[in-house]
Write a protein that binds this ligand. Structure first.
Ligand code: NAD
Length: 293
């Protein structure tokens, strides 16, 4: 397949490389020329614009920061929609607002182009080894056409519902992860101030009910004080803003998400927005005047 790929950042670049490894031709575009060159070096084709990607590819994948970036890559002058024709498809793998996904699907459908929202979880290491989890929203028949393509990047691909359902699932994931990291910071702070080594607490409880993938992946970073990303706080703030807008839009109260959001906002105000989201534990260190390392 000729697969267009727009957005070759932390996640997009290794995902595009996994598509190439499976034998497809990637037509690559990003604002950063160096990222395109890496894909070309691995056998890909450089495009000069989103429009060229749309013209040359039968399916276009986007992996960009947020809704406005996807809108711009698809619909601005020179964007992919100008090159797309009837029967082609856009698969947006960015984590964006579900209402924006539905809007993009409608606008593409007017020119006969299909759309799937297919955000991912797993982070950079899993993007590199092709084991991300993909949650897909869209029409069953369109999904069936591209399921194998999605599996070249992922160990799990799940169709969860119609367009927008992928991003609603991703928001649920991001709410659970944020609140979990905050719980780790809070509980480890209690242990530290009460005179028990937080690392021993982790070893003792990780196999019990409190254990989780978040606990296993983030505790080590917290104990090392190593908050290099990973997943940046500024991107998690974007996800929680989308989660709060969506939950308020459907009349659901999300108090824990709001608290986690304010903690991250306060870290951003202190210049920590580019730290890994495990840096939520830094906030507990600051307000409690302690160190978890
Ligand atoms: P990133 O900032 O590293 O990459 C985004 C890329 O898009 C950049 O290379 C940028 O130059 C490019 N770009 C932006 N607008 C463009 C446009 N209009 N045309 C062409 N290129 C454009 O971001 P990332 O970490 O790869 O994340 C991408 C998405 O995946 C986000 O929605 C994020 O929330 C989600 N996500 C990230 C992770 C993670 O661990 N980093 C994990 C799961 C999901």
């Amino acid at each position: 397949m000729n697969v267009g790929f727009i957005g070759l950042g932390i996640m997009g670049k290794p995902m595009a490389k996994n598509i190439q490894k499976a034998g497809h031709t990637v037509i690559a575009y990003d604002h950063h020329r160096e990222s395109i060159e890496e894909i070309v070096a691995a056998g890909g084709v450089a495009a000069e614009s989103g429009r060229e990607v749309g013209e040359r590819a039968e399916v276009v994948i986007t992996m960009l920061q947020n809704s406005p970036n996807v809108e711009s890559a698809l619909f601005d002058e020179g964007g992919a929609a100008e090159g797309l024709t009837k029967g082609k498809c856009v698969i947006d793998m960015s984590s964006i607002a579900p209402l924006a996904s539905r809007d993009f699907a409608k606008r593409l459908s007017a020119i006969g182009v299909d759309f799937l929202d297919a955000p991912v979880s797993g982070g950079e290491p899993k993007a590199i080894d092709g084991t991300i989890a993909v949650m897909v929203g869209g029409d069953e028949n369109v999904y069936a056409r591209y399921e194998q393509l999605l599996k070249t990047m992922a160990s799990s691909v799940t169709l969860v519902g119609g367009v927008g359902a992928g991003n609603i699932t991703k928001l649920a994931n991001q709410m659970i992860v944020a609140v979990n990291i905050a719980a780790l910071g809070e509980a480890y702070s209690l242990a530290k101030k009460a005179g028990v080594d937080p690392e021993r607490v982790y070893e003792a409880i990780r196999g019990g009910l409190a254990g989780s993938t978040v606990m296993d992946q983030k505790s080590e970073k917290i104990f090392k004080g190593d908050f290099t990303p990973g997943f940046r706080i500024e991107l998690h703030i974007k996800d929680l803003q989308n989660a709060l807008d969506t939950s308020h839009g459907v009349n659901v109260a999300s108090p824990f998400t709001s608290l986690a959001m304010e903690i991250m906002q306060s870290l951003k105000a202190g210049g920590h927005e580019r730290d890994d989201h495990s840096g939520i534990a830094e906030w507990y260190e600051m307000v409690n005047d302690l160190k978890l390392q």
